[in-house]
Design a protein around this ligand. Structure first.
Ligand code: MG
Length: 364
């Protein structure tokens, strides 16, 4: 199998801020797109490295370069005899040695996992959701995210998001009350979810969540920093809204630690390492009595599609990363009105939406 990758710069429709990066306003993002070729078929994946999880484009590319040489040979690192072919459907046999060699590079691993699933679907002629044994009709609608901004800009964003019945609102500033009042005025009947991105402390989390809950929120995500969970049982017992972990729940080993402090977890492929590991997290979450949300970074339709095919397993879906882009280079996964498209096209079901960016080069 031949693994290659390239960087692709994409632009956001609106500058985007969250509580953890209040003084940063993102206007663009570099997507890291991965291709795995086998017997004339090409599977696509995407890495969305996050500085919060100590990943960069460079560290992701270093992991991809290592993985490319492991897949191309010599065969020994994968435990196969020299000359023996890799089976592209043997996901764990391929992914486990790569994960062991690059343990911090979950975003790169997710890209390889996504590309393998896309490739497998194309080789077998089935969409990934079918490969996973799921019923596409059970996929919940996705929310659409409203980032931290000035009140007049927020009102404009809410008006532009009229087609989306569920909004996820970034909170965690001293303007939370005004932000939610503004959104509720513009969207009195929409389902609202809020995400504080670690902004509250143990001393004020109950009061801050109580203030948010007054606006009728469906759930509250990551109110306090990762690991700072001591006050969360009292927030849960106040019965304000279900409390979800995001930054507090990175991979499968973090799931059980969330039981007791949280009602649910937000699973992102770039955090956990892809579809294969996300499924393991979902099973762990169900066993621990936790609800499941699927989330994302700002990603093109390639990265979002990999998560979208798992949507039938989730209670809540927050897969809007491609919808905030002005120039998504891929399409096929939908999202209009919050409805993601899980169609019958083989693999992830995504295709280029335009000509390749001039100067884009393949590496590996
Ligand atoms: Mg979050």
């Amino acid at each position: 199998m031949k693994l290659t990758w390239h960087r692709r710069r994409v632009h956001l429709r609106h500058p985007f801020s969250i509580a953890r990066r209040r003084d940063e306003r993102s206007t663009e993002r570099t997507a890291l797109l991965v291709a795995i070729e086998h017997e004339g078929r090409v599977g696509l994946g995407e890495a969305a490295p996050s500085a919060y999880y100590h990943q960069t484009l460079d560290s992701s590319e270093a992991a991809l370069a290592g993985a490319a040489s492991m897949l191309a040979g010599p065969r020994e690192p994968l435990g196969l005899d020299r000359g023996e072919e890799h089976d592209p459907l043997a996901f764990d046999a391929i992914l486990d040695p790569i994960a062991a060699r690059f343990p911090g590079e979950s975003a790169a691993l997710a890209a390889i996992d996504g590309a393998l699933h896309d490739l497998a679907g194309k080789l077998l002629g089935v969409p990934v959701w079918k490969l996973l044994g799921l019923d596409a009709r059970r996929a919940p609608l996705t929310s659409f995210t409203i980032g931290i901004d000035e009140l007049d800009v927020i009102a404009r964003k809410v008006a532009e998001a009229a087609e989306f019945p569920i909004l996820k609102v970034k909170v965690g500033t001293d303007q939370d009350d005004a932000v939610l009042a503004t959104i509720r005025r513009a969207a009195p009947d929409k389902t609202l979810r809020v995400d504080a991105n670690c902004a509250f402390g143990s001393h004020d989390v109950l009061e801050r969540c109580r203030a948010l809950a007054r606006y009728g929120v469906e759930l509250i995500e990551q109110p306090t920093p990762a690991g700072a969970h001591d006050a969360l049982p009292s927030v849960r017992s106040a019965g304000l809204a279900p409390i979800f972990a995001d930054e507090s729940c990175v991979g499968a080993t973090g799931v059980l630690a969330c039981a007791g402090a949280f009602d649910g977890i937000n699973i992102k492929l770039s955090k956990c390492g892809g579809i294969r590991r996300a499924v393991a997290m979902i099973h762990a979450a169900r066993a621990a009595g936790l609800r499941v949300m699927l989330g994302c970074m700002v990603e093109t339709s390639v990265g979002i599609a990999a998560a979208a095919h798992l949507a039938p397993l989730a209670d809540y879906v927050d897969l809007d990363g491609h919808l905030v882009l002005a120039d998504d280079p891929f399409g096929g996964i939908g999202g209009a009105g919050g409805r993601l498209t899980l169609g019958d096209r083989p693999g992830l079901g995504v295709a280029p939406s335009g000509a390749a960016e001039p100067g884009a080069t393949l590496h590996g």
